[in-house]
Every structure is written in C-alpha cells, then in structure tokens.
Design a protein around this ligand. Structure first.
Ligand SMILES: Nc1ncnc2c1ncn2[C@@H]1O[C@H](COP(=O)(O)OP(=O)(O)O)[C@@H](O)[C@H]1O
Ligand SMILES: [Mg+2]
Length: 211
C-alpha cells in the first residue's frame, strides 16, 4: 500500500478537497481499493465521507498514536492507496504523519501569501526524507499569477503539470458527499483531477524505483 499525505501549513489550500478527489479518481481508474484517513481535528474529510452514499473509497478512523499500526493493518487488508488529510499547521503531530508518507502532496494556491508559506511545509517533507510535489489549486483561468506561482514553486521542488482551477463545482460537489468526478465525469474539473491523480501515481512509482 502506498500512503499519500496531503499537507500544507495554509488553511484553505485544498488538502481536504484533494484528499477526497484523488481517492475517488483512483477508485474510478480501477486502481483502488483506497482508504481515507482524517488527522485534522476539524474532521471535514470525515464529515464529507459520512455524507456519501457510495461506500468507496473506504474511510478509516484513526488517532495519531495508532497511525503506523493502522497503516500496517490496512496494507494487510489489501488497500492499494491510503490518503491522509492533515490540519493546516506545522506541528510535531503533523510531522509524525508526514513521516508515514510514501508521497507528500502540497496543495498551494497561486497567491503571494501561500507561496511565502510553502517553505515550512517543504521543510517537513525534506526533514522526513519523503518525496513531495506541489499541486497548484484554485487557480484563476488565464492568470499570470498561476504561471508565476509555478515558476516560484519549481525552485522548491517538483510541480504537478495538472493545475486545479477555481470552480464552484469543487465546493458544490462536496456538499452531499460527492466529488466533481461523480457530478460530471466528462467536465473540466474532473479532467484536472484525473490528470493530477496520474501525476501522483507516476511520482510514487518513480520514487519507489529510486529507493
Ligand atoms: N478548486 C477549487 N475551486 C473552488 N473552490 C475550492 C477548490 N478547492 C477547494 N475549494 C474550496 O476552498 C475551501 C478550502 O478547501 P479545503 O479543501 O477545505 O482546504 P484545506 O483542507 O487545505 O483547508 C473549501 O470551501 C473548498 O470547498
Ligand atoms: Mg482541510
């Protein structure tokens, strides 16, 4: 089982949205079974999952203390990917979650505030010797800011070529426990998520080979 941790010091960057969407994308691509875990005390991902009717991806309640053990159990149970959502901060507990990752995805909005804050999140992944990449999220279409953000981020690490744009369907789809992929599988938003999943999957494969 490969464990993907969504992390960023900034709240509102898209961690919870992407955890849910990537897990559903992996399931729809036939690359599951996937399991979601929520280590954010706010519990937004858990709340989203509770609103779902589809039982896949699965959800596993977890405490930080039991996380390593739980991941072993889920691996033994045959899950292909685990997606772990984290709170927006830099704390010892988040470091302990990042340490469990096979891959860390750092969602980042193309705003100066968010770009300034990425250093600390990157440092967490680097200190834990975990492979990581950025995903640009909530980008405005045809915005110079997006291009500039991608250039700035690429100085810190790999940036996913798939950009997630700012569209109401990302927020709206999650109200009743769904994702854009389940609302309009042929839509632009769904296409972006599918591409981002392909990117994450490829990066995990490469980093596994490199080790
Ligand atoms: N691509 C997007 N387009 C529009 N709204 C988005 C997008 N991604 C996230 N949002 C909205 O932005 C807010 C923050 O996203 P969320 O995933 O909760 O961030 P985080 O978990 O990093 O705090 C939520 O209200 C969410 O619905
Ligand atoms: Mg969140």
């Amino acid at each position: 089982m490969k464990t993907i941790v969504l992390a960023s010091q900034k709240g509102g960057a898209g961690k919870t949205t992407l955890a849910a969407h990537l897990a559903v994308a992996a399931e729809l691509a036939g690359e599951g079974p996937c399991v979601l875990m929520d280590t954010d005390p706010q519990g937004s991902l858990a709340a989203w999952w509770n609103g779902r009717t589809d039982e896949n991806p699965k959800f596993a309640p977890v405490t930080l203390k039991e996380l390593p053990e739980k991941l072993e159990l889920l691996d033994a149970a045959g899950f292909a990917y685990a997606f772990i959502d984290t709170p927006p901060a830099i704390t010892e507990s988040i470091r302990s979650v990042v340490a469990q990752a096979d891959f860390v995805l750092i969602p980042t909005r193309p705003s100066p505030h968010d770009l300034r804050a990425v250093g600390q999140t990157v440092e967490m992944a680097v200190t834990a010797h975990r492979p990581f990449a950025f995903a640009v999220t909530q980008a405005k279409t045809n915005s110079r800011l997006t291009v500039q953000a991608m250039a700035a981020l690429s100085e810190h690490g790999v940036v996913a070529s798939a950009i997630i744009h700012d569209r109401v369907d990302f927020a709206a789809s999650m109200i009743d426990g769904r994702t854009v992929l389940e609302v309009d599988q042929k839509g632009r938003s769904a296409g972006e998520v599918t591409q981002l999943w392909q990117f994450v999957k490829a990066r995990i494969k490469e980093s596994t080979k490199a080790r």
